[in-house]
Design a protein around this ligand. Structure first.
Ligand SMILES: C[S@@+](CC[C@H](N)C(=O)[O-])C[C@H]1O[C@@H](n2cnc3c(N)ncnc32)[C@H](O)[C@@H]1O
Length: 335
């Protein structure tokens, strides 16, 4: 149903927080046994409890090849999408950013570079948060070679997008016996609660489709953002040209797992990645989830007056490369 909605119709769905709380309060839900609930892991149906472990397994397995595979699979186009994402957000003015599912730090580095090169801003800071220690370690290795290393501008933190208030158990940290270029000595990861109303910008790029409860992740974004703070998500969308939809699907399902097998000997992880893209909500459905969490969507005069960056489309999201990727934003209203 929701997929039939146009961006402007989704804007009209924007609710206030109170009705959502009322709607989601359901006494029988409180009595449900959560351990019996199922969800999808790509095309497989799995117990909710199991999904987090399975997703963790995928990213542990691909962490060291993640950046190279991103270039190979997208022919480098993911860089253009990420550049557009960050340029549109235009970080500046010493803001506090949280990059959730930040992995190897691709978005964090772009945010910091943009603030520095476009606005001479060395105060803006980014916390890179991810559920996977291996991905964060790859990120640390990358950032180690930049001017941001050992400065308050960047911090790596273990955490779950669905519950940013509960620290995770940090795995035992093993530095290599001798520091090498590929395996340098790195500081141990930390995991700390992210307080309410503490961040100016929340970003999540190609991460939210991996979480078990997307709605919970967006609600957490709402909690940690200051009033006036901005939520921004970059994720695979649905291709908007029907003729190309089938071609894109064929490319994804035949080429990507094969590339995974060929380049890094791991077909299964890449099979999961393409299946998870297929299972992700449509652009309109996801925009409705952002609105449901309480955010004001782009396009409304109110959101604009609060400084929500303007998208190139008139609607609640911006499609990139005909919807292969999509940007959604929202602004947290003042009380
Ligand atoms: C496809 S990578 C994206 C990395 C990075 N944002 C980028 O654009 O290159 C997805 C990331 O989401 C992380 N992730 C999956 N589930 C998560 C969760 N519940 N909380 C935090 N991170 C999660 C994975 O560990 C992985 O690093």
């Amino acid at each position: 149903m929701l997929s039939l909605l146009q961006p402007c119709a989704v804007r009209a769905l924007r609710p206030h927080v109170t009705p959502i709380v009322a709607r989601s309060f359901n006494a029988s839900a409180l009595m449900r046994d959560d351990s019996k609930k199922t969800t999808h892991f790509g095309y497989r149906t799995v117990q909710e409890d199991a999904k987090r472990t399975l997703v963790k397994g995928v990213f542990s397995s691909i962490a060291s090849s993640y950046d190279m595979m991103n270039d190979a699979m997208s022919l480098g186009i993911h860089r253009l999408w990420k550049n557009r994402f960050v340029e549109m957000l235009n970080p500046r003015g010493g803001i506090a950013c949280l990059d959730v599912a930040g992995g190897t730090g691709d978005i964090a580095l772009r945010l910091l570079d943009h603030a520095r090169t476009k606005h001479a801003d060395r105060e803006t800071s980014v916390t890179v948060l991810d559920i996977n220690a291996q991905m964060l370690t790859e990120g640390q290795k990358r950032v180690k070679d930049t001017m941001y290393w050992n400065t308050p501008q960047v911090k790596f933190q273990l955490g779950n997008a669905e519950d940013l208030n509960t620290p995770m158990l940090v795995p035992e940290h093993k530095n290599p016996p001798a520091s090498t270029l590929r395996n340098p000595i790195l500081p141990p990861l930390v995991s700390e609660p992210i307080p309410d109303n503490s961040k100016d910008l929340y970003t999540i790029a190609f991460g939210i489709r991996n979480v078990t409860h997307i709605d919970r992740a967006i609600k957490e974004a709402y909690r940690v953002l200051k009033p006036g703070g901005i939520f921004a998500c970059l994720e695979f969308g649905k291709v908007s040209v029907p003729l190309l939809t089938e071609m894109y699907k064929r490319y994804s399902f035949s080429v990507i797992p094969a590339l995974g097998q060929l380049l890094v000997g791991d077909r299964d992880s890449y099979q999961y990645l393409v299946e998870s893209i297929e299972r992700f909500p449509t652009q309109a459905e996801f925009a409705a989830l952002v609105a449901d969490a309480g955010f004001l969507l782009p396009g409304s005069a109110e959101a604009q007056s609060m400084g929500l960056p303007t998208l190139s489309s008139a609607g609640a999201w911006e499609d990139l490369t005909l919807g292969v990727a999509t940007i959604w934003t929202g602004v947290k209203p003042f009380a």
